[in-house]
Each structure stands twice: as structure tokens, then as C-alpha cells.
Design a binder for this molecule. Sequence first.
Ligand code: SRM
Ligand code: SF4
Length: 567
Amino acid sequence: MSNQNDQTEKLSDNERLKRESNFLRGTLSADIENDLTGGFRGDNFQLIRFHGMYQQDDRDIRAERAKQKLEPLHNLMLRARLPGGVITPAQWLAVDEFAEQDTIYGSIRLTTRQTFQYHGILKRNIKKAHKVLHRVGMDSIATAADMNRNVLCTSNPIESEVHQQAFEWAKKISEYFLPRTNGYAEVWLDGEKTEAIEQEPILSETYLPRKFKTTVVIPPLNDIDVHANDLNFVAIAEQGKLIGFNVLVGGGLAMTHGDTATFPRKADDFGFIPVASTMEVAEAVITTQRDWGNRSNRKNAKTKYTLERVGVETFKQEVEKRAGVTFAPSKPYEFTERGDRIGWVEGIDGKHHLTLFIENGRILDFPGKPLKTGCCEIAKIHQGDFRITANQNLIVAGVPADQKQKIEDIARAHGLISDELSAQRVDSMACVALPTCPLAMAEAERMLPDAVTELEVILAKHGIADESIIFRVTGCPNGCGRAMLAEIGLVGKGPGKYNLHIGGNRNGTRIPKMYRENISDEQIMQELDTLIGRWAKERNADESFGDFVIRVGVVAAVLDSARDFYV
Ligand code: SRM
Ligand code: SF4
């Protein structure tokens, strides 16, 4: 088979849709004005995704509305573009005000890709949402659909200088690979209609075959989970200065139940490049995937499947040819941790950074815990910026010493700091799932807090209450909560039912294997009680849960998931 996308196979309907969209405009402007339905029709349902929105409805009330012969309560989820998760206090206040006044749920939801989502915007308010973001220098372009998504960057600015450079690269990459069409401005910001014939020199008029995800990471912290991403730049620094990147290509976590042609996969190491070659290499990887990715079968369209089909070496050589570079052997580096450092740390520039733990990334005024008000109160006096982490937490970054106490007092008063927070809760994460996600098969965000409490009880019962296991839940096999890089990962199978995976590691470089299929919450906790009991008694010094279950043979290690994930 040719490396190029085989044009003899029937292209997926999304390819037609993109080609016919007039550079992502479709008939969106007319549809916004149509108040007969709260939703978008035909191709527009998909096209809004290229502009960072998804049409949703509240699944908790779907059946009841159908009984009353009402259409689902259509509304929009909007995902902002925020390279490296950096957001200023002024931006935060504008974001907060819109959530409060113009969304059904009133929340700001921090995501696993360092940005935030609004849930529940009615169609009549959607232009206002874009205008608010635009006014404060933000947008939602390319945060969904077949685009280079929000570019991640290690969050904590503790290594101030390297972090600043890495962040600049994340921003530059995000901006360079944005679509060039003026469609976003025309449709959502009432921008002037352009008469010029448009072109998409990098992405092409049919954009990418599938979503594409990029990161810039600073070892030893793998907080952004490189192996979930198509393209990763691992920062290599010498004497505190960035000298280049090791490039990792082809990670991704999604699969489909019952389809063994789909699987989570780690990224491959292509080698080292000097800083000056970064954009050329990024462009070469993206355009190779653009040209070689499968445009017929969307389930096999991501870079990870292109690499499996054409071979890693062939893909790498094509990147070298297109970029005009030769990869040098990778420079040594190690990932030693992944979670966020909750609490205060001091950066090498003497500034202080406070990481707030936000359970499930959901910022709302809960009874007795007014998190949303607390964040606003901090934003009103904060002189630095905020950073959203890829673990759905929030960093108040760049605080001068004399502001520390004031900010901590506000955070404590609003339930943003708790001395009772366990290591297990910090190491746990879930995707959104019900009620807003149309693809959810089981609960995730709403079941996580109680599941963690049960795990805490199990750990305490076995005398290891202060220890933790990386525990993640996703409501379906798409893997948004990155359960496929956890030591214990639950993957939704049906209401109250999950596949239980174990054997990932703490630094996020091993995919966990399925241990039990389609079991209930109660059965999961029984299984974990037994396994954690064994771990507490039989482990070697400093041996993590994920390493233990592999060493004693409870599951085999996944080494090459295309070949051993399902066997
Ligand atoms: Fe995701 C689709 C939420 C990170 C893999 N994801 C969705 C949708 C939009 C459902 C849909 O298509 O209608 C979910 C919206 C739920 C809701 O109500 O908000 C959704 N994904 C999320 C978020 C909000 C989860 C969270 O709790 O934070 C994350 C938003 C990230 C962002 O800001 O851009 C999110 N999604 C991820 C990740 C993790 C990551 O990137 O680090 C993955 C796995 C990594 C990967 O891509 O392999 C992920 N989401 C998917 C997939 C499967 C893609 C595939 O390769 O097949 C889908 C479905 C699809 O694209 O067809 C999906
Ligand atoms: Fe929805 Fe599935 Fe993603 Fe969870 S993993 S947010 S259920 S698509």
C-alpha cells in the first residue's frame, strides 16, 4: 500500500464536509439566526467543532423531554484555546462573568488539556461568548475537530527560564498551525466578509485527517502525559538554557470496545533536534500525517495508526526529508513524576506559585465551598497569571513574597486549600462523561469523588493511608481522562460497568492491561481491596502498585500495544 492516503478507498463523509465547507463557514451564519431549533443542522453540527464548540444536551433530562415531545435541550459546549494553560487575571474575570450569567450550569470546567470549557451555552448566546473571549485576547479556534489542538506545556514555572522558553514554543506552535481562514471572525465576531481566495498552505483545504495533539514538556515532570499526544517536544536544557528537543511521535489513547484494530499507543522516539529546527520538524510531522493519514476510516486515522501502517522508520525519514534535518540520537532525560505539586513552590527567580487542587477541574460555588468566587477574589488582587494544568488543577503563578499570605487566606476561606486532602485524591482524575458528554457509557466525573473515598478506606485498612496509586476513570474508551496511562484505569462499558485496567506506571510511560471486563463499582473495589492488600504486604521497597502487579504476574506488561495490548 502506498504511504499516501489511498484515494481509491471511499473517503469518509467528514472529508466531503470539510471540502464543501468554504473554509469552515458552511451555512453557520444563517443557522445561528434560525430560532426554530436550539441546535445546528446538517454539516453545521460538525463544522462548529472546527471553531471549538460541540452541540450537546443534558442527558439526565433527555428522556423526560422526549416524553413531553420536546426536542432535547440543545446547548453548546465551548472549549477555549490556551497554549500552556496560561490565563491572566483579567481574562479569568471575563471568563467567570460569562459562565455566571450566560451558561446553564454556571461552571468553568478545567480540562485535561490545560484549558477550560463552558458547558450549557444556548445558541442565542454563542456569539456573545466568542465576543467576550475576543475582547480579552482569547479564542476557541482549533480546539476541536481535525486540527492541531491546544498545545500543552509543563505547567509549573518553577524552572523559570527554561519554562518561559518552552512556553514560548508552545504558543508559537499553536499559532503557526492555526487555520488561516477568516471564517471564525466572519461567523462569530461579525468580521468583514473576505473576497480574497483563501488558502490553507499547511493544513490544506480538507484540514488534517483527524485530531492532532502537540506538547512541549520539561523533564523530569511528565505532567502533560506525552504518550497521549501525536507530537511531543521534550525540552533538553544545559546550564539552565534550552538547547533543543527530543522529538516523540505517535502517542494516543483512544480505542473502541470490541475493535482490536484500535488501541492506546505510546509515542516513538525520533531523536534530538536543535532548537532552531523546531518549527521545520513540527511542520514536517504535521504535513506527513496530513498527507499519509487515513482519510477513509476515522477510527484508524490518527498518527499512531499511520506509524503502524507505514513503519516508524519510513515516517521518520519522510520527516527528515521534509524538514531538511537529520535526527541526532536522543539526549538522556528521565521522567520521574507526573502529578501537580499541590501547595506553594518557589521558582528559581524568587517568585512563588500556588497549585490549587480542583476536584475534576469543576469550578463552581459548591455548598460550603465557593470555589468560583474564591478564584475571582484571587484574580482581583493577583499580579502574576494563572496556569491551568493538564491534571485539571489551577496554579496561581508568579506571586511576590509579600502577596503570599493574602492569596493563601483567600484560597483557604473559599475551600480552595484543604489540609485534609489525601495523596490518593490528588493522584485521581476523571473525564467529564455524564450528563453532558454524548459518548459517555458510564459515569466518570460524578462517580470519582466517592470512588476515591473508597480507595482511601482500602489504603487505610492495609496500613498505607498516606500512599497513593495513579487512578483514572473515563466514561468510555475514548480515554479523555487518560485512564490508559494510569496505574489503575477504569474504562466505561455501560451504566455502572467498567473495564478494569492495571499496570501502568507512575511516570506515565506504560499502558495498563485489562484485568477484569465489564464489572460493577462494587466488584471493582473488591478486586482492588485484594490487590492493594497484596501490594501492601509483598512489595519491594519503594515499589509502586503498577510495577508490583507486573512483577508478581497479576498482569503482563504492555510493551508494544499494537501487538500485546489485547493478548
Ligand atoms: Fe476528549 C471526544 C472531553 C481530552 C480523546 N472529549 C470528546 C468529547 C468532545 C465528546 C464528543 O466528541 O462529543 C467530550 C466532551 C465532554 C464534555 O461534555 O465536556 C470530550 N476530552 C474531553 C475533556 C474535556 C475531558 C476532561 O475531563 O478534561 C478533555 C478536553 C481536552 C481539551 O481541552 O482539549 C479531553 N480527549 C481528551 C484526551 C486526553 C488528552 O488529550 O490528553 C483524549 C485521549 C488522548 C487521545 O486523543 O488519544 C481524548 N475525546 C477523545 C476522543 C477519541 C479520539 C480518538 O483518537 O479516537 C473523542 C471522540 C472522537 O474524537 O471521536 C473525544
Ligand atoms: Fe466523553 Fe468518553 Fe471522553 Fe469521557 S472519555 S469525556 S465519556 S468521550
